[in-house]
Structure formats: C-alpha cells, structure tokens
Design a binder for this molecule. Structure first.
Ligand code: CMP
Length: 139
C-alpha cells in the first residue's frame, strides 16, 4: 500500500533566492497538506547524517557544504500516494531534465542547487520525517 506522507526540504538556494513562499504555494495548490514545517539551519554533522546514503558519492562533500550554507525549510506533507505525487510535482533531480510546470524547472539552477528535496520511498519518507520532526509519532 502506498503511504500518504512525504518529507520535503526547501533548500538553501531557494530560501536565499526568496522562493520559499512561491514553492509553498505550488505545494498546497497541488493538494498537499502541510503536517509539520520549520525554519532551520543544518550543522555539518546533521547534513552529513541526512545524506549519509550518498557518502561514497563524489558530490557528497559539496552537497553537505551547500546544505549548510543557509537556512532550509523542511516539511512533512500529506496527500494520497504522497512520495510519487510529490516527485512528479518537483521534477527531475537535474533541472535540465525537469518537465515544464515542475518546481525544479521553475526554481532550480543546477543538479546541486535544485531548490527542493523529496523522499524517494515510503520507507525513506518515514526515516527523513523522523530526522526533522522527532516528536511526530507517525514518523
Ligand atoms: P536530493 O533529492 O536532495 O537528493 C540527493 C541530492 O544530491 C540531490 O537532490 C542533488 O541535490 C544532489 N546530487 C545528486 N546528483 C548530483 C551530482 N551529480 N552532482 C551534485 N549534486 C548531486
């Protein structure tokens, strides 16, 4: 059964560029309900843990550096089939491949500075939700 929650992060590039409000509007216009949200500045240790799955990848250090370069806005979102539906809304990881109308097409500037994160599975949605919102029992 598909889950109904996912975790997103509005990344430092989008926050810095003043796109937080526009991105939240697109998310709610697409029918997602915001269950939890905060404004946060990740430490190197926190960003390193969040992206630990990528620790062997060549872009890991740069990714951690970027994700700690300014504030982020993590959110837990709710909608039927949330993970897949949200990944369709945000578009491809690399904005050069992102479809028209997607959040990354509108606001991302590179594969690293790609405006938003979206969980890639129900299992990771639960893990990533707990990472930012430890008091929510559902995650
Ligand atoms: P995200 O969906 O947050 O999950 C992992 C992130 O790693 C991804 O978005 C990109 O921001 C980043 N990433 C993936 N591939 C590359 C790459 N080739 N170069 C730099 N960053 C990357």
């Amino acid at each position: 059964m598909k889950g109904n929650r996912t975790l997103t992060i509005i990344k430092p590039d989008a926050v810095q560029n003043g796109n937080t409000g526009n991105i939240i509007q697109k998310i709610t216009d697409a029918g997602f309900k915001i269950i939890a949200m905060k404004y946060s500045h990740l430490s190197t240790s926190q960003a390193g843990k969040f992206y630990a799955v990528h620790s062997e990848r060549p872009f890991y250090q740069e990714l951690v550096h970027f994700m700690t370069s300014g504030p982020v806005v993590p959110m837990i979102l709710e909608k039927e089939n949330a993970v897949e539906s949200f990944r369709n809304l945000i578009g491809a990881t690399n904005p050069a491949n992102a479809a028209e109308g997607t959040i990354r097409k509108a606001y991302a500037t590179s594969v690293e500075r790609n405006a938003v994160h979206g969980s890639d599975s129900d299992e990771n949605a639960a893990i990533e939700g707990s990472f930012f919102f430890s008091t929510l029992e559902q995650f």
